[in-house]
Design a binder for this molecule. Sequence first.
Ligand code: MG
Length: 165
Amino acid sequence: MRIGYGFDSHEFCPGIPLKIGGVAIAHDKGLGGHSDGDVLLHAITDALLGAIAAPDIGVLFPPSDPKWKGADSVIFLREALKRVRDAGYGVANVDASLILAAPKIGPHAAPIRARVAELLGVAGDCVGLKAKTPEGLGTENAAIAHVVVLLERSRSKTDRRKKSH
Ligand code: MG
């Protein structure tokens, strides 16, 4: 088994669409960033990469590369998942905490969990999602995500050796 942890934060900016966990959410501000600013998918991507000691999201998809401007963060997650599978692991479960003042995540929690489960290829009850407001943190204009992921071996070391021949 492997455990991975990911953290990300993005600042709210007016006039851009808001996407969290691959789900479009109606709001007067979106999350700024070089890609689509999906703070939750970025933290999940880094948790997956960290669990297999792979390079992090900023190394694999550098913000300095114009290729990733406005990119759908699903691309980053899929690459991380491919690397996890190539390393001989599968996702057991993922647990996330979102910290943001607005919008309220409650009404969007079910679609976000369902989308993340679909992207990771796991059952809906393998995706935990909590939302908190930033009491005392002074981060009202940011969205923050903390994620832990557990990986389990999907095949034996012998199988992995065979594949490499
Ligand atoms: Mg990010």
